[in-house]
Design a protein around this ligand. Structure first.
Ligand SMILES: [Fe+2]
Ligand SMILES: [Fe+2]
Length: 140
């Protein structure tokens, strides 16, 4: 089971909830594979990819609303992950007939989520915390 450790929390409810949902889908995929139901990947992996893209849009909109200065860079990072998402879809299409693809898929998903999605988001964690502190200060 994959879990998000506290150091991987962004401390934004919207973003952390999305990341948690992505973890849940990965855990469902892992369970389906472990339970001998790799056919489920044909449904679950496209769900993962679709939700990831929605998450990127949501995250970019949130950052744009807060005038995050490095938004363009982060947007380009999201776009650069398209190839990896495509690789996961390709692997998912092969897992039933080609068992070694199951392990590759599982590893790709976990590394993708932890390294490419969450770890890169830690770049704006401090920015979000500062914006929040400023907003709290201006309420007084
Ligand atoms: Fe994210
Ligand atoms: Fe991101």
């Amino acid at each position: 089971m994959v879990q998000i450790s506290p150091s991987f929390k962004i401390e934004s409810e919207t973003i952390d909830n999305d990341h948690r949902h992505l973890v849940e889908i990965i855990n469902e995929i892992t369970k389906a594979i472990d339970d001998g139901q790799p056919g489920e990947c044909a449904r679950l992996v496209p769900d993962f990819v679709a939700f990831t893209k929605q998450h990127f849009d949501r995250e970019e909109a949130l950052l744009a609303g807060l005038s995050y200065p490095l938004l363009e860079k982060h947007r380009r990072h999201h776009i650069s992950l398209d190839d990896k998402l495509q690789i996961m879809l390709n692997l998912a299409a092969r897992v039933v007939e080609h068992p070694p693809a199951r392990d590759s898929l599982r590893k790709e998903l976990v590394y993708f989520l932890l390294d490419d999605v969450i770890n890169e988001d830690l770049n704006f964690k401090k920015f979000l915390a500062e914006v929040e502190t400023d907003a709290a200060g201006s309420d007084k």
